[in-house]
Design a protein around this ligand. Structure first.
Ligand code: ATP
Length: 276
């Protein structure tokens, strides 16, 4: 018999099954995130990360399995969960004809904040994401990285206890990435539970307390980062990832139509010397 959901878990999803027509995207996925954890959710392209986040956030219903978030049955009570959870989806759909400030204030009002509180939080979040200078511009005029930062700000406006971020660093320049990293660390210090998907394992390495690695819609392993490093006798999450995910056959593919010698050494560019 399946044990009951634990109060110590912010996310407790078991046996998730999701099919798209004849294709099985999630195949009995288990995902357990302790409260207060910074959880790196890792897997190759197509592993099922975004699909499972869509299930957690009620975009789709699971074909089988259970989802408890913050102790609440997320399938039976999606609204109760949504009030306490923030989401930054991979594919952003923002309101283009609002300014950044209007968009954040609107999101705050949607979560039931009064006008003054929503406006005050919008100002603070615009500062934190370094978008104050763009607050009065239409979202349609934002660059890709600015849109991502605005989406992160919007996900935080109702002070959620759990935040799910699907590739939040995509398209973000190196300076802004530092700002977002610090913001996420600060949330973590304040006890907010975070789930982060990223293909940049160095980011996961720097932030995560816990990690889960999935492939083919199944969780291969998950737990505290230290435990995973020990279990696989690896110095880094990247090494654990490589050990768990088989090297795809395409690594050995050749650009046959180019001709030339595929076994030739890769040219090395000599470092430039400063002239005296
Ligand atoms: N709406 C859909 N219809 C059909 N197949 C889908 C749909 N959404 C996702 N899939 C398939 O489900 C699998 C999991 O996709 P998903 O987007 O969850 O992967 P991911 O781990 O988020 O990948 P990535 O790292 O590339 O973002 C993929 O094989 C994908 O092609």
């Amino acid at each position: 018999m399946t044990p009951p959901p634990s109060d110590d878990l912010a996310v407790d999803a078991r046996g998730l099954l999701k099919r798209f027509g004849g294709f099985t995207a999630l195949n009995g996925l288990d995902l357990q995130i302790p409260r207060g954890a910074f959880y790196a959710y890792l897997g190759p392209n197509g592993a099922g990360k975004s699909t499972s986040i869509a299930l957690l956030t009620g975009v789709y219903g699971p074909d089988a399995g259970t989802i408890h978030m913050l102790g609440v049955d997320a399938v039976a009570k999606p609204l109760e969960v949504k009030r306490r959870v923030g989401v930054v989806p991979e594919e952003l759909s923002l309101f283009e004809r609002l300014t950044g400030r209007q968009y954040l204030t609107f999101c705050g009002r949607m979560y039931g904040l009064d006008g003054d509180e929503a406006a005050a939080r919008a100002t603070e979040l615009l500062e934190l994401t370094e978008l104050s200078y763009k607050a009065g511009a239409l979202v349609a005029e934002y660059s890709k990285g600015m849109r991502r930062r605005l989406a992160i700000a919007a996900a935080l406006i109702h002070a959620p206890e759990l935040v799910l971020l699907d590739e939040p660093f995509e398209g973000i320049d190196v300076l802004a990435a530092g700002v977002i990293r610090e913001l996420l660390r600060e949330l973590s210090r304040r006890g907010v539970t975070l789930l982060l998907t990223t293909h940049v394992l160095e980011i996961a390495e720097r932030l995560a307390t816990h990690a889960g690695i999935l492939r083919g819609g199944r969780m291969l392993d998950q737990g505290p980062v230290g435990t995973l490093l020990e279990r696989y006798d690896c110095p880094s999450l990247e090494a654990v990832f490589e050990k768990l995910i088989a090297v795809p056959a395409s690594r050995n593919a050749r650009l046959s139509f180019y001709g030339g010698d595929a076994a030739a050494p890769v040219p090395v560019v000599a470092p430039r010397r400063e002239s005296a």
